[in-house]
Design a protein around this ligand. Structure first.
Ligand code: SAM
Ligand code: SF4
Length: 374
């Protein structure tokens, strides 16, 4: 069994010097026989003693939908040359895995619209085989799952999160602008047939899907799927109606759920902003992601990588580290890249700064959710 050890105190400042380097090397641990993850290095620990073992990776900023709370109708996307290639994304993810990341979630934009994305899944799946990575998963709008569900399973994916806010075709077209519900439903069916465990993510929107809470719960129960509700977050300037108007507190939602089901509180935590309950009648797990009303930051175990190689240490803060430059500076040696990652983790803030309580969008992020992948 591997035992983790802290890096020497001065490793951050003088990592490049020979003495510290050789001392750091003594702490490397071999992991099985993967050619690209040769060593398990000292883990990533931030200044608040949180171990960072979860990386969310946005592989594209593009999407085939235009959800009103996420994108404007006329989005300007990044020039393709700014995106990391799939090989670069692989190298970056593999470096994180070698530094103790155990869970990778692939997101976007819509991850499954990126050309040749299956080659990335197939390649990164090798870390599951060695045991260096414990879970490879993705968040998707489901539109491409009919095509890709089997290939995802073959690559080692076992669970997917599919975003779906309504079961009403007209409302679905309204909220996603470009999406079509039957296509997504076929994607969900394909995922279930392929053997993937599916969790639905629904953004809770006041006056929009409040009345669907029970029907959606039932629909998921019939398919043995869990369901998580997400409070709408103040992201970007979308040119929509003020999203404060759409904010629906999940406290209210939880109370309504209790009117219909026997709700058992679960103590399990994912290191993220989700809290879970189990419904005795259906056996389902229902999650609540409440970044605005609960402080979950003390257990935060994650960082987010964008498709251009920016590492965001906190979803609710602007600070980020450019990893593309060190990645491209030297295509063979990873020391510079690893040091850039450690420096970034050393800047991970204690918490985010969203605040709706004063009824103005304090803490509002200027970047879109599709940039960091949620
Ligand atoms: N396209 C994929 C999808 O929709 O699942 C992955 C990317 S999407 C940005 C990831 C998640 O962020 C989705 O579940 C979406 O509903 C959620 N999301 C987007 N904008 C949001 C916002 N302003 N507030 C809360 N959740 C948001
Ligand atoms: Fe696309 Fe997902 Fe954003 Fe909707 S939430 S626009 S599906 S990235």
């Amino acid at each position: 069994m591997l035992t983790w050890q802290r890096a020497p105190q001065n490793a951050k400042k003088t990592y490049g010097s020979h003495d510290v380097l050789s001392s750091a090397r003594k702490q490397l641990h071999f992991v099985k026989s993967d050619p690209t993850v040769k060593f398990m290095k000292t883990p990533l620990i931030d200044p608040f003693q949180r171990q960072i073992d979860y990386l969310r990776v946005s592989v594209t900023d593009r999407c085939d939908f235009r959800c009103v709370y996420c994108m404007s109708e006329n989005m300007t996307f990044l020039p393709k040359k700014e995106l990391l290639t799939l090989e670069e994304l692989d190298r970056l993810c593999s470096t994180f895995v070698s530094m103790g990341v155990k869970k990778l979630r692939i997101t976007g934009g819509e991850p499954l619209v990126r050309r040749d994305i299956m080659t990335f899944f197939q390649s990164i799946g090798r870390h599951l085989e060695t045991g260096a990575l414990q879970e490879l998963t993705l968040t998707t709008n489901g539109s491409q799952l009919e095509r890709f569900a089997d290939q995802l399973y073959a690559a080692g994916v076992r669970r997917v999160n599919i975003s779906l806010d309504t079961l009403d075709e007209a409302k679905f077209a309204e909220i996603t602008r470009w999406g079509r519900l039957p296509q997504v439903k076929r994607g969900i069916d394909a995922a279930l047939r392929a053997g993937l465990r599916v969790k639905l993510n629904a953004v809770a929107l006041k006056g929009f899907n409040e009345d669907e809470m029970i029907p959606m719960t039932q629909w998921c129960a019939e398919r043995d799927m869990d369901l998580t509700w997400i409070e709408v977050m103040p992201m970007g300037d979308l040119g929509n109606e003020d999203r404060l108007d759409q904010y629906w507190s999940l406290k209210d939602l939880r109370a309504r759920l209790r009117e219909h089901y026997t709700v058992i509180d679960l103590t399990e935590r994912s290191g993220g902003p989700a809290r879970y309950v189990r419904l005795e009648e259906t056996g389902q797990k229902i999650g609540f992601i409440t970044p605005l009303t609960h402080n979950f930051c003390e257990s935060c175990n994650r960082v987010r990588l964008t498709c251009t190689g920016e590492l965001y240490m906190c979803l609710g803060q602007e600070d980020m580290a450019d990893l593309r430059t060190p990645l491209r500076a030297n295509s063979n040696a990873d020391l510079q890249l690893e040091q850039a990652i450690r420096d970034a983790i050393d800047r991970k803030p204690k918490g985010h700064d969203f605040d709706y309580s004063r009824q103005r969008p304090d803490g509002q992020m200027s970047r879109h959710m599709s940039h960091t992948g949620g």
